[in-house]
Design a binder for this molecule. Structure first.
Ligand code: SF4
Length: 320
């Protein structure tokens, strides 16, 4: 069954954002169609780092057969501590045509994945939508999952109404100082709030599941707890409670692992402790968040290795 989720004119409007790039709040203003590059370092081509069934997401997203995950190259946020630094801190991967990316998408569907999940879609959004439309034309029916860093242009998110089934935004920072220190963007909390509010208006606040417990529509906000930065986590919780909804499912992630660039850092050079993690979970419970996804705390190295055949080796052993 073919699906038309976006008209040709709407796709043209999205593509126009590349001519003086405003796809994210960095608003670089470069003409990517003419080969100019902004902070993300991307022109108007498609660069895919990896496509694979991913078993490390929240259970309703990964299910039993995996999320059909497209790891798109580069990032508009580039946090200094990024767990995916191998593919996010530069432009690494294969340059594809829209048709080639559509074939990867359809291959993931053929492998039995529960959805098509684009990781860091923001800087390659118009190109990605072109590929998705080709896949929809060819009969793709899986939910489309938008997994982003939360530093989004709310006007662009508004253009995705009807296109995205499930949003998985990060909400990384609850204060301007940490946002500036780790990602160089003081205005992160404001843009995260505005863009996540738009996502909630489109699909939220709940997560709809099928009979097998697999997500079909809705949203989960993810927050990566940083060691030594518990106050930041509590500020994030307060912002969501006060300005969004306690009904939005919240995934509190303990998996922070220092990348090589961070390993000697006084606070970010270690994983979070059980005490730090439980402190944040308890605050979320005190604030009466209605649905929490929680993780174990351990001392494994949970940075994926994208040069390996199985970048998320530990997911073979079960989720962190
Ligand atoms: S997507 Fe890239 S070029 Fe466009 S505004 Fe964001 S960082 Fe700049």
């Amino acid at each position: 069954m073919n699906q038309v989720r976006i008209t040709g004119n709407e796709r043209d409007d999205l593509r126009k954002a590349l001519l003086s790039c405003r796809l994210c709040p960095r608003q670089c203003g470069v003409n990517r169609a003419a080969g100019e590059k902004g902070i993300c370092g991307l022109d108007d081509g498609i660069i895919l780092a990896r496509a694979l069934p991913h078993h490390g997401e929240e259970p309703p997203i990964s299910g039993t057969r995996g999320a059909g995950t497209l790891f798109l190259s580069s990032c508009n946020l580039r946090c200094r501590f990024c767990q995916n630094h191998q593919i996010s801190h530069g432009v690494h991967g294969k340059t594809l045509t829209p048709l080639e990316l559509a074939r990867h998408i359809l291959a993931l569907e053929n492998q039995g994945c529960h959805n098509i999940e684009a990781v860091t879609p923001t800087p390659q959004l118009p190109q990605l939508i072109d590929s998705l439309q080709l896949a929809w034309d060819a009969g793709l029916t899986l939910p489309f999952v938008y997994n982003c860093g939360g530093y989004e242009n709310p006007g662009i998110i508004r253009m995705l109404d009807g296109l995205v089934d499930i949003y998985l935004p990060d909400f990384k920072y609850g204060n301007e100082e940490n946002a500036h220190e780790w990602s160089g963007v003081r205005d992160y909390p404001r843009f995260a709030l505005e863009s996540i509010r738009e996502m909630m208006n489109q699909v939220g606040p709940d997560l709809e599941l099928d009979d097998g417990g697999i997500a079909t529509r809705g949203m989960i906000i993810r927050h990566l707890i940083l060691p030594g930065h518990i106050e930041n986590s509590i500020q994030v919780l307060s912002l969501i409670r006060d300005h969004l909804s306690r009904g939005i499912p919240l995934s509190l992630m303990s998996q922070y692992t220092p990348s090589p660039a961070m390993k000697d850092h006084p606070s970010l050079g270690r994983r979070v402790t059980r005490e730090e993690y439980e402190n944040v979970v308890n605050r979320a419970l005190d604030m009466r968040f209605e649905q929490l996804f929680v993780q174990e705390v351990d001392d494994r190295n949970l940075c994926p290795d994208f040069s390996a055949e199985a970048p998320f080796q530990w997911t073979q052993e079960g989720p962190p």
